[in-house]
Design a protein around this ligand. Structure first.
Ligand SMILES: N[C@@H](CCC(=O)N[C@@H](CS)C(=O)NCC(=O)O)C(=O)O
Length: 333
């Protein structure tokens, strides 16, 4: 675990805030792929959607990278955007392409370490070396290392090439989705990390309470509607899914979020099974990467690196969500 400082790799654990709270670094590369290469909401233009031009780096353990893999799958981009998978162990060199740890290898340039991709973009890069990372082979530059924005690009930029009209961020539902993301990100997606990486009792308890208050409120919401934004499955569901699918296996034990399991919430666990069984989704979930990564990589939390054998999980079991009206994914005209 470490970071780049002026282009040189340093093996260093996260620094906490004064109060022991976990501070997540803002993603630094924020360009957008657009249909015609015009600039997106941030960064520079010049990143036009083209088949085979972009390469996605992911960890199968990482919930942020997992979002991008799901959108790539559901938007039919597998043959347009190639993927390299890093190994599950993230220790002194950060993310690596060690094939003995489940990496695909770097399918582009056969690099050893992901930080070399960051320094290829910016030789004196300073910051954490995170996944997901979207790379432009043509300009040899990073397009983006922000998953929330990569999924929006995948949602629309390539549609003229794929003919896929599914819309996970439809105009009519945007304010609702933004509102959901605005509370689910701090309380849950990042909340489990704030609990797990806290270095003071107070910071841990604050995060812990927010995690379970949000789960309670989502449990109530999903009692009366099929998906988070109503009848349509949207990016808000995808973003929650990648956190909840890891919860009982990892966050409950390793991150000490142990008031309840997702299995103890009937609506959340049925919703989770429905999403897991959505065509294309199961293939993006890899519990061997997930469990090995967290338990073996975070030496400050789990010094022995022992990976628990359990729990028993069966996301393929039937669910009861058909009892609520659902219209699937929004389709653009
Ligand atoms: N804001 C980023 C966060 C990505 C992120 O923090 N990824 C983690 C893996 S789960 C990572 O690569 N961490 C390495 C590090 O912080 O050194 C996003 O959503 O894309």
């Amino acid at each position: 675990m470490g970071l780049l400082i002026e282009g040189r790799w340093h093996d260093q654990w996260y620094t906490s805030g004064k109060d022991g709270s976990f501070q997540r670094e803002q993603a630094q590369r924020r360009h957008w792929i657009t249909a015609d290469g015009r600039p997106g909401p941030s960064g520079e233009g010049g990143f036009a959607a083209e088949a085979g031009r972009y390469h996605l780096y992911v960890s199968l353990a990482c919930p942020w990278a997992h979002r991008t893999l799901i959108l790539r799958q559901l938007k039919g981009l597998e043959s347009l955007v190639e993927v390299s998978v890093v190994g599950w162990l993230m220790r002194e060199h950060g993310w690596t392409f060690d094939q003995s740890q489940g990496s695909s290898g770097d399918r582009l340039d056969d690099l050893d370490f992901l930080y070399q991709r960051y320094t290829a973009d910016t030789p004196d890069y300073t910051g954490r070396v995170t996944v997901p990372l979207l790379w432009d082979k043509q300009q040899r530059r990073i397009v983006s290392n922000e998953s929330a924005e990569i999924i929006r690009m995948f949602n629309s930029a390539f549609d003229h090439l794929t003919g896929n009209r599914l819309d996970f961020y439809p105009h009519a539902l945007r304010s609702r989705i933004d509102q959901l993301n605005g509370r689910i990100y701090p309380a849950l997606n990042n909340g489990v990390y704030r609990a797990g990486f806290a270095t003071s009792q107070q910071a841990y308890e604050t995060a812990f309470d927010e995690v379970f208050a949000e789960l309670d409120s989502l449990e109530a919401l999903l009692a009366g509607q099929r998906y988070l934004a109503g009848e349509y499955l949207t990016e808000a569901d995808v973003r929650l899914f990648t956190t909840l699918i890891r919860f009982d296996a990892v966050y409950h034990g390793h991150f000490k979020c142990n008031l309840r399991r997702i299995a103890d919430y009937p609506n959340l666990s049925n919703w989770l099974r429905e999403l897991y069984q959505w065509p294309g989704v199961e293939g993006t979930v890899d519990f061997s990467h997930i469990k090995n990564h967290y338990y073996a990589s975070h030496a400050t939390i789990n010094p022995t690196g022992i990976v628990p054998r359990g729990p028993l999980l069966d996301f393929g079991a039937s669910h009861d969500r058909q009892r609520l009206d659902g219209r699937g994914v929004w389709c653009r005209d």
